[in-house]
Design a protein around this ligand. Structure first.
Ligand SMILES: Cc1cc2nc3c(=O)[nH]c(=O)nc-3n(C[C@H](O)[C@H](O)[C@H](O)COP(=O)(O)OP(=O)(O)OC[C@H]3O[C@@H](n4cnc5c(N)ncnc54)[C@H](O)[C@@H]3O)c2cc1C
Ligand code: FES
Length: 299
């Protein structure tokens, strides 16, 4: 857990790539944020001087040495529309890094990462983190595997290939070049007919893979996920079906974004009973079994 320092920075926008359906990948020079960012944390972005409310966006990648962070977002309304007009060289006000991120543990070293739509960024960050831990710390033996789903074109370079993942249909070959480059196996799911992808929901793809694991392997699996609430519900159903722990990165409407206004309260269940938690600073990552909105769906 980190209750680290949160910084206000005037970040320089250094790169923008635009993808179909108003998806954008943006790189920002923000050295303080890059130094302390962890997978699952987010930045609160000032989109325009005329729009007082900031917008929360997950950190997808960072390079502490070069001092940049990268984000992926899809425009939903006026805030991110205004931010999309910022071009390389422009300055952007950001607050970050904010929140409690994912907590991988070597006790469950098979990390099943599931990301949906603009919920993919925290899982990409986690995949890079686990791969880096494996290469720098010989006591770490994480075995990450990632499944990503989208119903619109993926805002990434995609690759295919011959190598198989046990349990995954052999025609399902599409994956992200980003995760291939760090040797994290991944596959894509979509009902939109993306070539090489699994024709269905990302959770159905993950279930295919889980089904072929024996009990000894299942005992080593931890699920990490981020995506829209119906996807998180399906992920949590999967966790219950296979009796696995899950860490879920959730979204809530936010005002201050730094713990001061209680505007992002979410009902969770703790050892001491029900309690309200602030998604911005107590989350956005929570134990899936603690989340009331998932429990209330249980039969
Ligand atoms: C911790 C956190 C991390 C996030 N990470 C990402 C990310 O990496 N990439 C990304 O594209 N989006 C992310 N989001 C969602 C993003 O913050 C909202 O989509 C964004 O604020 C919308 O801003 P806008 O100006 O485009 O639209 P607005 O005009 O602000 O909103 C348009 C519509 O989008 C919906 N909406 C806005 N905010 C939320 C929200 N928090 N939860 C649910 N629905 C919302 C509402 O229906 C609203 O009417 C994240 C949200 C949170 C809380
Ligand atoms: S948004 Fe203000 S406390 Fe979370």
């Amino acid at each position: 857990m980190s209750r680290g320092t949160i910084f206000l920075e005037q970040a320089a926008l250094i790169q923008r790539h635009t993808y179909p359906q108003d998806q954008h990948v943006v790189r920002l020079l923000a050295p303080e944020c890059a130094r302390r960012a962890e997978a699952g944390m987010f930045v609160h972005i000032g989109c325009d001087v005329d729009i007082p409310m900031r917008r929360p966006i997950s950190i997808m990648r960072c390079d502490p040495d070069e001092g940049w962070i990268e984000i992926l977002y899809k425009v939903m309304g006026p805030g991110l529309r205004a931010f999309s007009r910022c071009q390389p060289g422009d300055k952007v006000s950001i607050i970050g890094p904010i929140g409690q991120g994912f907590r991988p543990t070597t006790a469950r070293n098979i990390a099943l990462l599931i990301g949906g739509g603009v919920g993919m960024p925290p899982l990409i960050f986690l995949a890079e983190t686990l791969a880096a831990m494996n290469s720098t710390d010989s006591s770490c033996r994480y075995e990450p595997i990632a499944f990503f789903g989208s119903e619109i074109p993926f805002p990434f370079e995609l690759v295919g290939g011959q190598d198989q993942i046990a349990g995954i249909p052999e025609q399902v070959t599409a994956r992200l070049k980003l995760t291939d480059d760090i040797a994290v196996p991944s596959r894509l799911a979509s009902k939109a007919g993306i070539p090489g992808s699994f024709d269905g929901y990302v959770t159905e793809l993950a279930a295919e893979w889980l089904k072929m694991l024996d009990q000894a392997a299942l005992d080593r699996v931890m699920i990490f996920a981020c995506g829209p609430n119906p996807m998180l519900q399906a992920v949590h159903d999967l966790a219950q079906r296979f009796q696995l722990p899950d860490q879920l990165c959730v979204e809530e409407y936010m005002a201050c974004g730094v713990g001061g206004c209680a505007g992002c309260g979410m009902l969770v269940h703790t050892d001491k009973g029900p309690a309200m938690r602030r998604v911005c600073v107590d989350g956005p990552v929570f134990d899936g079994y603690s989340l009331d909105f998932l429990r209330s769906q249980e039969k």
